[in-house]
Write a new protein. Sequence first.
Lengths: 407, 407
Amino acid sequence: MPIIVQKFGGTSVADAHRVHLAARRAVRAKLAGKQVVLVVSAMGDTTDRLVELAGQVSRRPAKRELDVLVSTGEQVSIALMAMAIHEAGYEAVSVTGAQIGLLTDGVHTEARIRSIDTARIRKMLDRGKIVIVAGFQGVDDNLNITTLGRGGSDTTAVALAAALRAEMCEIYTDVDGVYTADPRRVPTARRIEAISYEEMLELAGLGAQVMHPRSIEIGKKYEVKIHVRSSFTDTPGTLIMNEVPGMEEVAVSGATLKPDVGRITFIGLPNRPGIAAEIFGQIADRRVMVDDIIQNVTHQGQMVSVSFTVDGKDVGAAQAVAESLAQHFTNVAVEFDFQLSRLSIVGLGMRAHSGVAAKMFKALADQNINIENVSTSEIAISVLVRRDDGERALNAVHQAFELDKST
Amino acid sequence: MPIIVQKFGGTSVADAHRVHLAARRAVRAKLAGKQVVLVVSAMGDTTDRLVELAGQVSRRPAKRELDVLVSTGEQVSIALMAMAIHEAGYEAVSVTGAQIGLLTDGVHTEARIRSIDTARIRKMLDRGKIVIVAGFQGVDDNLNITTLGRGGSDTTAVALAAALRAEMCEIYTDVDGVYTADPRRVPTARRIEAISYEEMLELAGLGAQVMHPRSIEIGKKYEVKIHVRSSFTDTPGTLIMNEVPGMEEVAVSGATLKPDVGRITFIGLPNRPGIAAEIFGQIADRRVMVDDIIQNVTHQGQMVSVSFTVDGKDVGAAQAVAESLAQHFTNVAVEFDFQLSRLSIVGLGMRAHSGVAAKMFKALADQNINIENVSTSEIAISVLVRRDDGERALNAVHQAFELDKST
């Protein structure tokens, strides 16, 4: 019998009523002849409340104990979900990460899955039960509770789908799929019916927040078909899957905007081997997350200028590190610009279509929007623009590539 | 190094401040040269709130899932307690019932402890850590989470103290010990310094609510010294321990009142073998908890009258059962009296002192209080009185045996 994994996020199990709605979906899949595994997150803002509680007790709570604390959130959800399915008249059983032997490394609050023992789940499925698994959590070799960090429940769901060779992993969430752009910024944005893992990875990395890149990577590695859809409607969402013939016919699949980006530039660095390694080594040591790096030669090759960008929330830390770094060199200036946005377009078709970058630049030029920096990957092009121009730039590019039109 | 087990109930860990107070006690015991194991309950009304949440999802939640749900309450507490001890600058580690291999039978919501694997706890203690154990919970042979039912955290604490051969099990609670009578009813009631397991069992069974009889039974079986004391003061509480020389010098150690007791009497039953078995078998089948049973012969041995008493909250169910039972017999009447209280006195010294019952009856007679029924055990005497007379009777007996005077 084919197995289906359904994952319900925090908003999809926020109260008793929604738990019942989710339970009903599971029962429907069961009645359609599937073996059903549910993965659930903590209810609504439970995790935030638990972290706040920890903050009342300790300024810097130990990560091991934070994991013991916050993992209770998912445990509450699995019990309630099992009760809701029983109430609907079907058999269900809840299991924690420890109970299904979801083994992780020992990195508390950011653990990685090592293996899943599917024997127990398969046995329960074969007895006709709907199995409800606590997302986000596992145990290390010594039975210490670990959590998987951001996107943890998605990761649990996709990893389980891989381990069980499920025919589908459905991710139920509060949006009804992946859009060509954020509908709050682009009124004409359109839901994408199917998208490749590669494109979805780029979109997620560039600001689309539907799924965490980590779970998509696992999906890609094990070829798990992922269906991102709304828990409040029955309309199909977006399929994330292997590239299929025809996908490349579209040059651009989607556009993203990171509205709040800061750029830091070192000017007058000596052009010698190891200079970039030195700078970014020190930045990494101080745990500042760097987005893009742009290096250019100046003064007839004598010197280089090096820029890097950081997320808006990190500009304070980045500035402090950069200023202290600049003092290690003589005659090196450091410049800051914290009023930028990053606009990106993503599409498998870029590999086959020429002129995609030129078309993007023209769309921005037509709107009199200046481009500050450009960076590219195989299937994405990103530009930095003034923050005030961000949304206008996004809409211009969305229209230029006709993303509002169905394919 | 001697081991001490400290148990903190729900009111003793109700908020961050109280968690810190409890943590400080653990640290003090550690500084006094002990290896310290803490057992903690769920914070404040957490368990009630979780049960209410279950009620929102299901009218009759499955007991297995209730256990998964409510066991999260203690898991939250152990994590916060570990954080509080870290904050005080000491090493601590939290463990769930599953993590220490606290094995129980599979009776969900009312499981019994089968064994505790102390190896892991001892290893952590030997590394200098304060070990914090989730009370009330364990796992069965298949790793299903089970809870121990009423008095569960006390039971965990005393069982752990037994398994670890601890020199003391301290039960921190919101009262400062065991009293000669409930201080809310008897203003002159006095804290008892030391009491035997047997007396404490009788007192608990007869209405004193400081500790559940179950944990005292385990304490008695394994000779665990139990110290019941306040989590809000430093004054010593009550020691529950083996009988020591001198304990019998006092005839009566304490008095209890169950204010709300109902009595049901069958009149005119045939006096033949098996009649009591038949009646109480059917009552047990309908899950009515019977307290006392009194049977007397009437009509020159032709007939018997049988009374039994039930807790006030069960009179409705008991009445229904009794009325349907009476219809099985011809000419059997059933009478109800739901306006009674049960007054009891308990003391090891009864075994050695004569005239204890007579003294109790005289104290009541002097107050013009009628005695409706009498029942006795080796170390307790109980009488039923009109409910209106209950508190007056309790005070009269308390004074007659000079329970207010220190020994």
